[in-house]
Design a protein around this ligand. Structure first.
Ligand code: HEC
Length: 137
C-alpha cells in the first residue's frame, strides 16, 4: 500500500516535470529570422559611401580635381560640388547603372576620356555605388 503511494507521487512529479518542459517550450517562441542588410537603408554598414569612398577617388593626389576642380572642366569633382555636379549633369543612371557616363566614360581601357581614368577597382566601386542608388551618403 505504502509503495503504491510512492509510485503515485513519483508518477505525479514525473508528469509535472514533463508538462513543465512543455511550458518552457510554449513560452520560448522561435526567434524572428535574421534580416538581410537592406541596400536602401542609409545605415547599411556594407553600403558604398559617396563621401568616404567615392570622393577620395576624385580628390586623392588631385587625380581628377587637377582638371575637374571648382572653376575648371565640368564636372567639378571636389568634395563640396561632386555630388550635385554628377547628378545635375546626368552622369549616373540608376535605372541602368552600367550605362552611367561616370562609369563608361572614365573606366580603364576606354578611349572616350583621353585623360586620367579609373583603375579597375575604382570603376567597380563607382558602379557599385550607382547600383546602390547613387546616394549622397
Ligand atoms: C588632365 C585633365 C583631366 C583629368 C585629370 C581628368 N579629366 Fe575628366 N575630363 C577632362 C576634359 C578636358 C573633359 C572634357 C572633354 C572630354 O570629354 O574628354 C573631361 C570629361 C570628363 C567627363 C565627361 C563630362 C561630360 O560632360 O559628360 C567625366 C565624367 C570625367 N571627365 C570624369 C573624370 C574623372 C572621374 C577623372 C579622374 C579619374 C577625370 N575626369 C580626370 C579632363 C580631365
Amino acid at each position: 500500500m505504502k509503495k503504491s503511494i510512492y509510485i503515485l507521487i513519483l508518477v505525479f512529479v514525473g508528469l509535472m516535470v514533463v508538462t513543465g518542459c512543455e511550458y518552457d517550450f510554449i513560452y520560448h517562441p522561435t526567434p524572428p529570422p535574421i534580416e538581410e542588410p537592406d541596400p536602401d537603408d542609409p545605415v547599411d554598414p556594407n553600403a558604398t559611401s559617396f563621401s568616404t569612398m567615392i570622393v577620395p577617388i576624385f580628390t586623392t593626389g588631385n587625380r581628377c580635381t587637377s582638371c575637374h576642380g571648382d572653376g575648371g572642366t565640368r564636372p567639378y569633382l571636389t568634395a563640396a560640388k561632386a555630388y550635385s555636379e554628377i547628378t545635375s549633369m546626368g552622369l549616373v543612371n540608376t535605372a541602368n547603372p552600367a550605362t552611367s557616363k561616370l562609369y563608361t566614360y572614365v573606366k580603364a581601357g576606354t578611349s572616350t576620356h583621353a585623360w586620367k581614368k579609373f583603375v579597375d577597382s575604382q570603376s567597380e566601386l563607382v558602379l557599385k555605388w550607382i547600383t546602390e542608388g547613387a546616394k549622397n551618403n
